[in-house]
Design a protein around this ligand. Structure first.
Ligand code: ACO
Length: 436
């Protein structure tokens, strides 16, 4: 059971309409203090309003911390740069799920569990065939992941910790197989069965790029790049898709349905779809000579042109994941012999110009993880339609860890936001002949 760890740090007083509320203030390990407004309605009869949750903490969490001003991202206290350099995706999965880095024996058991659960039920493959030939792979992901609930009745009791753990392992293990099939289906190639002798990233690349007509050997540099990409996207505290998973889970919905809801939310261009938009932008700019014209259009008020892959709601500094992704991009392009890729040249020059231009400096707009990920994934052989699928695959562990934490939280209740109603005042039903 999760032990709540917030520490009392005084009281905030709020006076409204002649009523005064005493509201507890709490401190976490890092980050701003929070005012607990849970009793505000009881004390004053008023609600708080915060569209987009810019000032509202929705939960207590011990998994991930972001300091957006300093450009810091920690998983269970460990900086993302250290994990990306020294760890592996499955080790990070263990860390996110269980709170500590695994011992050798723990990692070996965990890896065995994940590796041995990658296969899908034989009947499951029929789902893919029901989709139109040109289905977007994310449409396939949303539907098929939810459908896992129909196959694993033995792990749907969310009140049983062991069943929850089995579901978590199944999701992490089967997501690459589903994503690989979504890809293969969209390009009209036969499905590739997972193989237990390969590591997580190697297996996934094989399921995407192997064909029956020839042997496939995974390039270890690309497999490591895939693994690092998964680590960089594994969790990001209470973002839109994670909050969606928590909200869906708060009603007691099963984990497969909850993760499907997270995938649906991630699909949007303001969230998981931004790397695709950044790549399209670089393609449209085309060559370095076109950058000044593009930048001046971005700076024009009302132009509605944004520098995609720049800026972030939380990071007002360099996104720490972007630095790792930039390095990874150079490594991958060197490995596949595309160092003279015109898009890379445009990206490097654009970044240089933007980081020195007062428009971007004053607004604290820095590259985010999406700025270089599109070029990297494209060089690895993925079409843009797969970019968000890869993000969903990697984020599944974060969603699951946050879902598990929510269920274990003794203060957990069904999520039910309030509203300020500004519609019609109460009125009587108007019979049809009397309507105008
Ligand atoms: N290019 C140009 N100007 C920008 C950009 C950008 N990418 N981002 C913000 N601005 C400007 C805005 O025009 C605004 O200027 P103003 O004060 O003169 O009106 C100011 O910076 C603040 O912008 P907001 O939209 O209020 O910032 P917000 O925090 O709401 O937006 C967001 C964050 C959505 C990420 C935004 O920076 C953006 O659209 N970026 C491009 C899309 C992108 O890369 N998204 C990926 C995010 S990372 C992820 O999801 C994994």
């Amino acid at each position: 059971m999760m032990q709540n760890k917030v520490k009392p740090n005084g009281t905030a007083t709020l006076t409204i309409g002649g009523k005064t509320a005493q509201l507890p203030v709490f401190s976490g390990t890092h980050g701003p203090d929070v005012i607990d407004v849970a009793t505000l309605y009881k004390q004053t009869g008023t609600f708080t309003l915060d569209p987009g949750f810019t000032s509202t903490a929705s939960c207590e969490s011990q998994i991930t911390f972001i300091d957006g001003d300093a450009g810091i991202l920690l998983h269970r206290g460990y900086p993302i740069e250290q994990l990306a350099e020294k760890s592996s995706f499955l080790e990070v999965c263990y860390l996110l799920l269980y709170g500590e880095l695994p011992t050798e024996a723990q990692l070996s058991t965990f890896t065995h569990n994940i590796t041995r659960h990658t296969m899908l039920h034989g009947q499951f493959d029929r789902f893919f065939e029901g989709y139109r030939r040109d289905a977007h792979p994310m449409a396939i992901m949303v539907g098929t992941v939810g459908a896992l609930s129909a196959f694993y009745h033995d792990s749907l009791d969310i009140n049983d910790p062991r069943q929850r753990e089995i579901s978590s392992h199944r999701l992490i293990a089967k997501m690459p197989t589903i994503a690989g099939r979504a890809f293969k289906y969209s390009v009209g190639q036969p499905f590739v069965t997972p193989r237990n002798e390969f590591d997580y990233a190697t297996n996934f690349l094989r399921m995407c790029f192997a064909v029956p007509a020839e042997d496939y050997v995974t390039n270890p540099v690309l497999a490591r790049a895939m693994d690092v990409f998964f680590m960089l996207h594994a969790d990001h505290e209470q973002n839109a898709s994670t909050s969606t998973v928590r909200l869906a889970g708060s009603s007691g919905a099963n984990p497969f349905a909850c993760i499907a809801s997270g995938i649906a939310c991630l699909w949007g261009p303001s969230h998981g779809g931004a790397n695709e938009a950044a790549l399209k932008m670089l393609q449209e700019i085309g060559t370095v000579d076109n950058i000044p014209d593009f930048v001046s259009r971005v700076k024009q008020k009302d132009s509605n042109v944004r520098l995609m892959g720049f800026g972030h709601r939380v990071y007002k500094n360099y996104d720490p994941r972007a630095k790792v992704m930039q390095k990874l991009c150079h490594q991958v392009l060197a490995e596949v012999g595309q160092t003279d890729d015109p898009m890379l040249k445009v990206a490097i020059e654009l970044e240089k110009i933007a980081l020195n231009d007062p428009y971007f400096v004053d607004r604290k707009l820095y590259p985010n993880v999406d700025f270089y990920s599109g070029i990297t994934l494209r060089a690895m052989g993925f079409p843009t339609s797969m970019f968000t699928v890869l993000f969903a695959l990697a984020r599944t562990v974060g969603w699951i860890a946050q879902w598990e934490e929510m269920i274990e939280d003794p203060t957990q209740r069904i999520g039910r936001p309030r509203q300020i109603y500004t519609g019609a005042a109460q009125r009587d039903y108007v019979p049809m002949p009397a309507r105008r």
